[in-house]
Design a protein. Structure first.
Length: 94
């Protein structure tokens, strides 16, 4: 989130980080996207980002909940074009 002082001065929000790994879970029902994330997050270094592409509405609550449970950082969810699903960004914390 952009600090209020930066917005007040007309600064553009920071661009989203580039993921080190993208997990394609489109068409998969929960809990499969969570399982895929849990199995593969160890492939990136601590501090790097994993993007999960998913279209099951349950992932909108399940991915942030998994991040909290596993002490990983949920960064953001962004709608994909044409209501195709969402891109979830997770930062590996440990």
């Amino acid at each position: 989130m952009t600090p209020p002082s930066a917005r007040a001065h007309g600064a553009a929000p920071a661009p989203a980080p580039i993921p080190a790994l993208t997990i394609h879970a489109l068409g998969r029902k929960c809990p499969i996207p969570i399982i895929m994330l849990a199995e593969r997050i160890g492939e990136v270094r601590i501090g790097q980002f994993v993007e999960v592409l998913a279209d099951d509405p349950a992932t909108k609550t399940d991915i942030p909940a998994w991040c909290q449970l596993k002490s990983q950082e949920f960064v953001q969810a962004t709608a994909l074009p044409q209501e195709y699903g969402w891109a979830f960004l997770v930062r590996r914390s440990y």
